[in-house]
Design a protein around this ligand. Structure first.
Ligand code: SF4
Ligand code: SF4
Length: 325
């Protein structure tokens, strides 16, 4: 259990969100994740350290500018790769993530820094700016990621500051973490949103890089501790969308989580975040998978919702249907 305390590395703050918890919310995304889900749409949240993404088409041109090359300590070694007079990409084998190129670049969005160290009061100020909207809508703050529990001390402090201000708090987490961290963070949490990606641990490992035992144990512990839960099932054709897996998921929920589950949301896989993979020089893991047509996945989700409802589970399609906590 290590975490540096009251500053955190944040890769995004989104205001006026309505999908991750009740009401109007501010979503704060913490950087770093121990999972590598094939369908992840936030590759900029995977690594813990800040990093630079390259959007080459916005570059002014080396002949007119070239500032990045001048400040990069690894220019001689070829960290910034030039093509047709533009910065094309970063050679990640050489780059030290010093961020100097992005800090100097005058063309906004060409070299984008993902990840910024922020103090609890700085984030709190941004969150509190929308207090009236939370009060009118029953909303609040949602911590997401990445994985919230990788920065558990910062998360706890920020959530505690929000609770002190009377702001509703929600944590969205894969729950692949030391179970003792739940005891530390949960006293400041009003709602937990988590995923069940596959009930077979071996298959779970091929889809996410880790087995599921720790996650399922933590979901059970969350319910035992009395936290309301929203469970999400990402439905990915040919990976986890078969009846056997969904029945096993439904049985796990019905047998272990009782009335703590406020909603089970079945979400279709969508090809999102491809441009961010490219900007970071990462291969898109689902590049060889074509998502099914809308009519096909809608029918599949509808069928799986009905299947889960057979178990008395409050299953729905998507994230827009209301629930009480
Ligand atoms: S982050 Fe630093 S080392 Fe990497 S390309 Fe930019 S200036 Fe060079
Ligand atoms: S500093 Fe920015 S705009 Fe200028 S050459 Fe480098 S990437 Fe292009």
């Amino acid at each position: 259990m290590t975490d540096s305390g009251n500053s955190g590395i944040i890769f995004d703050i989104q205001k006026f969100t309505v999908h991750d918890g009740p009401g109007i919310r501010t979503n704060v995304f913490l950087k770093g994740c121990p999972l590598r889900c094939l369908w992840c749409s936030n590759p900029e949240g995977l690594r813990s350290k800040p990093q630079v993404g390259v959007y080459s088409n916005r570059c002014i041109g080396i002949d007119k500018c070239g500032l990045c090359l001048r400040v990069c300590p690894k220019t001689e070694e070829g960290a910034l790769v030039i093509k047709d007079n533009l910065v094309d990409h970063i050679n990640r084998e050489i780059c030290t993530d010093c961020l100097a190129c992005a800090e100097e670049c005058p063309s906004q969005g060409t070299l984008k820094i993902w990840g910024q160290e922020m103090l609890v009061p700085e984030v709190l100020e941004i969150v509190l700016a929308d207090r009236e909207f939370y009060e009118k809508s029953g909303g609040g703050i949602t911590l997401s990621g990445g994985e919230v529990f990788l920065q558990w001390a910062f998360a706890r402090e920020l959530l505690e500051a929000c609770k002190t201000e009377g702001i509703n708090t929600c944590v969205e987490s894969a729950l692949h973490c030391d179970p003792n961290l739940l005891d530390i963070v949960y006293p400041q949490v009003d709602l937990v949103i988590t995923d069940i990606k596959h009930m077979d641990s071996e298959i779970h490992k091929t889809l996410t890089g880790v087995g599921n035992q720790r996650i399922l144990d933590n979901i059970k512990k969350t319910a035992t501790m009395g936290l309301p839960l929203v469970i999400r099932v990402p439905v990915v054709a040919k990976h986890n969308n078969d009846d056997i897996n969904l029945r096993a998921t439904a049985e796990f929920i019905a047998n272990n989580l009782g009335n703590q589950v406020k909603q089970v949301q079945l979400l279709p896989y969508r090809e999102l975040g491809v441009d961010k993979y490219e900007a970071l020089g990462m291969a898109y893991p689902m590049a060889d998978i074509t998502p099914p047509e809308r009519i096909v996945w809608e029918a599949n989700i509808h069928h799986l919702v009905e299947l889960m409802q057979e178990y008395g589970i409050p299953a729905v399609a998507g994230t827009t249907k209301k629930y009480d906590i």
